[in-house]
Write a protein that binds this ligand. Sequence first.
Ligand SMILES: Nc1ncnc2c1ncn2[C@@H]1O[C@H](COP(=O)(O)OP(=O)(O)OP(=O)(O)O)[C@@H](O)[C@H]1O
Length: 307
Amino acid sequence: MIYVNNLSKLFGDFVAVNDLSFNVHAGDVVGFLGPNGAGKSTTMKMLTGFLAPSSGDIQICDMSLQDDLKSIQKRIGYLPEGAPAYGDMTPLQFLNFIARVRGLKGEHKKNRINTVIKQVDLQSVLDKPIENLSKGFKRRVGLAQAILHDPEILILDEPTDGLDPNQKHQVRELIQNLAKDKIVIVSTHILEEVTAVCNRVMIISSGQLRFDDTPDALLARSKYYKAVTLHLSYPSDISGFLELPGVLDLEHDRTSGRVTLLTQNGANILHHVTEHIKERRLPVDTIFVEQGRLDQVFREITQGEQA
Ligand SMILES: Nc1ncnc2c1ncn2[C@@H]1O[C@H](COP(=O)(O)OP(=O)(O)OP(=O)(O)O)[C@@H](O)[C@H]1O
């Protein structure tokens, strides 16, 4: 439903987006990750028609973005970076204004405005000027305008930025509910958000696509995937762990007493480890199997850090 072919964007000589190609289909909730300046916002701006590509081609709903910009923009809801809005308007005035721009009328308009106000929980600030609202509420006003016309495609540039933990949770739930029959592309710096909300992860770095797969596949790339981490109550001889089948290496933090056993190719090592602990009567008070560490795998993919 979204086809992106060889998309690039140059600002002068600087290549912000470098030959990106990917497809996105209905039901995809894509987490768009990358370090600062990776090209996420620039890509989103091109997908929404706010920025013209230097080269490449975008097709959305069987239309070319270049030729059918207006029809495509009707199908897209976009929360730009920083959620800009007219600061002197109240959220209610702003949503009425956006509803008019989107061509909503009569009862339908009223119903949609009331629905989104409830969905993003704006009731308490409806009549305050947007410029006086907290960052979190400004973000929610931005989200409300993005979903007001019930678009098929939602492109959200850091929707949870500036929200408190409760609001973050609420916005993630909202995205999950909205995502059932839509395409959602959401950029974030919060790695855990991707596993909580998305069924697909795209990582870009220096304008290039470095990873495109499921959150589980991302975790499986981590050197800590299925690693066994345990805590020793007091220092002991742990060298025997390295002899166990499937154990590749061992990390030992002597200060905290934490030991992590890395596996060979994600082997299941837990039973060998627990047997060994029993045999040697090691003073282990906590033990768990790791899912993989997102921060480490993100660094590895974006900076080429060795596993
Ligand atoms: N209008 C512009 N003129 C010149 N350079 C620009 C312009 N817009 C973006 N850039 C540059 O392009 C690169 C990509 O920027 P972009 O905003 O897309 O990154 P990002 O991945 O969204 O970063 P962040 O996570 O910090 O928001 C950056 O180096 C940025 O400085």
